[in-house]
Design a protein around this ligand. Sequence first.
Ligand code: FAD
Ligand code: NAD
Length: 448
Amino acid sequence: MSERFDLIVLGAGSGGLSAAQHGARLGARVALFDADVLGGTCVNRGCVPKKAMWYAAQIADMHRLAFDIGFETTPIHLDWARFRDLRDRYIAGIRQRYAMRLDTAGIRVIPETARLVSTDTVITEQGLQASASHIVVATGARPRRLDIPGFELGMVSDDIFMLDARPRHIAIVGGGYVAVEFACMMHSLGCEVDLLVREHLLAGFDQELVETLAMQMQKRGIKVLRHTSIKAAHGKRDAITLEAADGGEHGVYDAVLWALGRTPNSSDIGLENLGVACDEEGHILVDAFQNTSVPGIYAVGDVTDRRALTPVAVAAGRALVDRLVGGHADAKFDDSAIPSVVFAEPPLGMVGLTEQQAHARYGDAVSVHSGRYTPLLMMVAGRSEQSVVKLVCVGDDRKVVGIHVLGPGSDELLQGFAVALQKGLYWRDLKAAIAIHPTAAEELLLLH
Ligand SMILES: Cc1cc2nc3c(=O)[nH]c(=O)nc-3n(C[C@H](O)[C@H](O)[C@H](O)COP(=O)(O)OP(=O)(O)OC[C@H]3O[C@@H](n4cnc5c(N)ncnc54)[C@H](O)[C@@H]3O)c2cc1C
Ligand SMILES: NC(=O)c1ccc[n+]([C@@H]2O[C@H](COP(=O)([O-])OP(=O)(O)OC[C@H]3O[C@@H](n4cnc5c(N)ncnc54)[C@H](O)[C@@H]3O)[C@@H](O)[C@H]2O)c1
C-alpha cells in the first residue's frame, strides 16, 4: 500500500531541502527521501568544509604577510586533526538544525534511497511505497571516477575532507573549480602542489583573469602543468607516480586528488524506464520551469543540466514549489546573471557574460573596460601581485553585461554588483556612484 503525499522529494541536499521546506511552508504534505546525512554535498562534502579550509588557508597566508609587514612571527602549524574535529562539529550542528526544522515543518523524512516505479510512485529498498502527483528528483552528483589503472590510489574531493595530516607533495588532476581551489588551499597550508591540467584552466571564466591567477599561483610555488593527460597511476597510496599520455612521468606524490568534474546521480532510480530524458553524461534535461520530459516528474540541482551551484539548486527548488504548490503558474528562477566565485588565492569571480560570450551575442557593440592595481596591503608588504577588474559592456550607453574580478576581497564584493547587474546597470551608474575608499570594490567604479 502506498502512502499518499502532495509532494515527494528524492535527496536532502541543497535543492531537495529547499523544495521540501518550501512545500511544507505552503501547506503541502511532503515526503523527503535520503539514505545519507542531511545537507547533501554542500554541507557535508562541498561548500561548507571547503570554505572552512579556505579560511584556514587564508590565516596561513595572512601569517606570512604579517611577517612581511613587520610582525615578529614564529612559524605556525595547523593541527589538522583538531581543525577537522572543530569543522565537523560545526557541520553536525547544521545537520541537527535541519533535522529540527524538518520535524517542526511536519515533513516526513525517510532515511532511505528511493527509486521511481511510476510517474507518481516511489519505492525504497525496504519496500516502503509513497505516491504524490509531484515528484522532485534532487539526487545531486558524485565525483567523476576514471576507469584507468591505479585510479584508486588517489582521492576524490569527498575523501580530501577526511585527511587529518598534511600531505607533503600532492598532485591535483583537473582544471576546474575543485582542482584550482584545492591547489591554492593545500599550498597555503604548506603542501608542495602540482596541478596537472588536461585542457583549459577554469573554462567559462575570463581567460585574461584566469591567466593572471595561474601566473600568481606559479609565482607562489604551485607547479601548473598544462596539456597533461594522465592515463595511469602507479605505486602505493603514499608513494604514487602518475603516467601521462605523452609518456611523461610525474611524482612521486604522497597524495593525489582527482578533480575531474562530477557524475549526476540519475541512474538506477527508475528514470530510464519512465522515459525521462537525460544528456550523454546523465544530467536530467529540464526546461526553465524544472519540468523533465515526463509530466509529474521534476528535477532540480546538480542532477540536472543547469549550473552546479548551491544557490542555483536552492532557487530552482523554491521556484518549482511556488509553481506546483503555491499556484504561481509562471514561477521560475532568473538564471540570467548567476554570480560565481572560485575560492582560489586570490579569489576569482564573475557574473554575466565573458568577453567572448558577449562578442558572440552582440558583435561589435561590445566594449571592455579593465584595470589592474596592486592592493594597498600588498604594496605595504612590498609585493607586486596585481588584482584585475573588468567590465564587459554593450552599446553606446554601455550597459554592463559582465563583471569579472580577481584579487583579495573579490569573493565578498561581487554580490552587490551582481544584484545591480541583474537589475540593469550602466557604466555611467558606476562612474556616478560614490566610492568607499580605500577598498577593492571601488576599483570597479574608477575604471576609465
Ligand atoms: C568540493 C566542492 C565544493 C563546492 N563548493 C561550492 C561553493 O563554494 N559554492 C557553491 O555554490 N557550490 C559549491 N559546490 C557545489 C554544490 O555543493 C552543489 O551544487 C550542491 O550541493 C548541489 O545540491 P543538490 O541538492 O543538487 O545535490 P546534493 O547536495 O549532492 O544532494 C543530493 C542528495 O541526494 C541524495 N540521493 C542520491 N540518490 C538518491 C536517491 N535515489 N533517493 C534519495 N536520495 C538520494 C544524496 O545522498 C544527497 O544527499 C561545491 C561542490 C564540491 C564537490
Ligand atoms: N566555488 C564554487 O562555487 C564551487 C567550488 C567547487 C565546485 N563547484 C561546482 O561543482 C562543479 C564541479 O566542480 P569540479 O571542479 O569537479 O568540476 P568542473 O566541471 O569545474 O571541472 C572539471 C575539470 O576536470 C577536467 N576533466 C574532466 N575529465 C578529465 C579527464 N579525464 N582528465 C583530465 N581532466 C579532466 C575538465 O577539463 C575540467 O577542467 C563545478 O562545475 C561547480 O559548478 C563550485
